[in-house]
Every structure is written in structure tokens, then in C-alpha cells.
Write a protein that binds this ligand. Structure first.
Ligand code: SAM
Length: 297
């Protein structure tokens, strides 16, 4: 029987899993209802679920009455287990890879297995669902047209500060994960190194009972965490708006590039006005620049 399973009207024979395929399955990041029908079907039908934390995954499986065998597959044994899992896939078993929460490989184990499966021409199929970073970004109210997912910052203070310093000029919204016992220190470093005035959002306990979004300047947020211990518990995504200075510089560079072309063809005033309209640059600054070029090309 064929069923209409695709939004574009395509039909598929059934939603059954294929032998020898590695399914990379996203699972909830808190609320157990955040699981797709497809993820449940895959978890029910595969021969084995390789799970980062079998206890955690068992809670999910029990909630949905799924009895598929589980194998603990985490950062400490993933290299050792890799040949065995690849052999099982080659022998025709269907395997699902799941993380503790969210999407596997996103600050979670699984990359060596996916890479090796692909190297050996095995089929790897994603089964999409939640991921804390994108979940936070979708509701934080910071620019989402361009963002940089950074995962966890280094734990050591010196390394963390150097790592953050190198990102200070980034224009995209920055998305970081941080553990509850380090979130305050990281925010303090951020405020110090990126300038306390930049807007930021702390997305805490997403999809859970005490979900909170706190918005403010980095300096304000560092203070919120310092004053309220409750706000330091749970799981966190930190989002920080990109560097406005870097964005202004990029606009100015683009405006100059456009002005160079226009100034060859048009009177300078008109060229400057047009370059400003096209790029969002400042008209008077562009006109002065064009006058300087005329004097000293
Ligand atoms: N693979 C996961 C994903 O797709 O989001 C991330 C796993 S990573 C080991 C765990 C980190 O993700 C946490 O320390 C926290 O920074 C973030 N995180 C996971 N669940 C969260 C939630 N419910 N609320 C806020 N942050 C969360």
C-alpha cells in the first residue's frame, strides 16, 4: 500500500525502516512530547538503538512502549564499538543512533560512526527533531538570518578567554552551550571581552517546566545570574548578538566598493547617493570619499 507521506504529495510504500541503514534520530530536549511520529516508528522498528545514555533513552522508550534493544554508545567507547556497529550494518541490521537529548553529533557523540558509515558507502538517514541551539534561537528574538553555533566553550579559563577573544568581531548571532556550574563565569568573560553592552539572551530549561528566557545586556545578565541562584540551575543556551562594529565596517567596505564603480559613470553626488541607497552606507561620508578620490585617485 502506498501512503501520502510527503508534504509535496510524493508517495512512499510504507514508513518501515530499511535493512543496513544507520538512522540518526533526534529525541526531545526535555518535553517527551517533542518527538516525531517518524522517530517513534524508526525507534520501534530498528534492530538496535545505540544510545549515549541508556537510562535516559529507556525513559523515552517506556513512555512510548518501545522495547527495541539498547546499546550504550558514548564518547568513552565509541571508537572501540565502531567496527562492531559497522559490521552489524553491513550484515543488514538497521541501527538508530540517539543522544541523551536533542540531535546526535551536535555537541554529542556519533561523528566517527557517521563518518565511517559514509566512508564504507553505507546509507545514513537523518530523522530530524529538536536541537537546543536552534530551539533557543527560534524564540530568543535575536537576529536569526545568520548565526554561528559554537557548542561548549573551553573549560579552562585561559583557553576560554582566548577562544572568546578570537570571536569578538563576529557579526553573526553567537549560540553557545554551557554547563550550569560554568555559565556565570562564561557570561562574565563574555561581558568583559565582548563589551558589556551587547544584547544577549539566556535560554534556560527549554521545553521544561521552568523554561525561562532572560534578555538584557551581557552585563545585566551577568548580574541576574550573580543575584539569583535559581537562574544558575538547569540547562542553558547562551545567545549573543553579533558585533555591530564589525557589521558597520562590512557595510562601509561594501559601500566603498559600489561607489568605485558608480563614480566612474555618474556625477559624484549622484554616485554617493546611489551607493548609500544600495548598501545602507552613509551618503555624506561616501560623497567626501569620492571627492578625495577625485583629487588623489
Ligand atoms: N545534542 C544536543 C542538541 O541537539 O541540542 C546537545 C547536547 S549537549 C551535550 C547538552 C547541552 O545542550 C546542555 O549543556 C545545554 O547547553 C544544551 N541543552 C540541552 N537541552 C537543553 C534544554 N532543555 N534547555 C537549554 N539548553 C539545553
Amino acid at each position: 500500500m502506498t501512503e501520502n507521506l510527503f508534504a509535496n504529495g510524493d508517495r512512499q510504500k510504507s514508513d518501515s525502516v530499511e535493512p543496513g541503514v544507520l538512522y540518526v534520530v533526534a529525541t526531545p530536549i526535555g518535553n517527551l512530547l517533542d518527538i516525531t511520529h517518524r522517530a517513534l516508528a524508526v525507534l520501534r522498528q530498528v534492530d538496535l538503538i545505540a544510545a549515549e545514555d541508556t537510562r535516559q533513552t529507556r525513559v523515552l522508550l517506556q513512555r512510548y512502549g518501545i522495547g527495541t534493544p539498547l546499546l550504550a554508545y558514548h564518547e568513552h567507547n565509541e571508537t572501540a564499538l565502531l567496527p562492531r556497529l559497522v559490521e552489524q550494518l553491513k550484515a543488514g541490521q538497521a541501527i538508530a543512533l540517539v543522544a541523551d537529548a536533542g540531535t546526535p553529533l551536535i555537541s554529542d557523540p556519533g561523528f566517527p560512526l557517521v563518518r565511517e558509515a559514509r566512508r564504507q558507502a553505507l546509507k545514513v538517514v537523518p530523522v530530524p527533531g529538536p536541537s537546543a541551539g536552534v530551539c533557543a534561537l527560534s524564540a530568543a528574538g535575536l537576529a536569526s538570518d545568520r548565526f554561528l553555533f559554537l557548542g561548549f566553550p573551553p573549560r579552562q579559563t585561559t583557553q576560554r578567554r582566548a577562544w572568546l577573544q578570537a570571536l569578538a568581531g563576529e557579526r553573526a548571532t553567537l549560540v553557545l552551550y554551557e554547563a550550569s556550574h560554568r555559565v556565570q563565569a562564561t557570561l562574565r568573560d563574555l561581558a568583559e571581552l565582548w563589551g558589556g553592552r551587547r544584547r544577549a539572551v539566556i535560554a534556560r530549561e527549554l521545553t521544561k517546566r521552568f523554561e525561562t528566557f532572560s534578555e538584557g545586556s551581557m552585563a545585566e545578565l551577568a548580574q541576574v545570574l550573580a543575584q539569583d541562584t535559581q537562574q544558575r540551575t538547569g540547562e542553558f543556551v547562551l545567545l549573543v548578538e553579533g558585533s555591530q562594529e564589525a557589521a558597520d565596517e562590512a557595510t562601509a567596505r561594501e559601500a566603498e566598493r559600489v561607489l568605485r564603480f558608480l563614480a566612474e559613470e555618474l556625477p559624484l553626488k549622484q554616485a554617493a547617493a546611489l551607493a548609500a541607497r544600495i548598501t545602507g552606507g552613509k551618503r555624506n561620508r561616501l560623497y567626501r570619499l569620492a571627492l578625495q578620490w577625485q583629487k588623489k585617485p
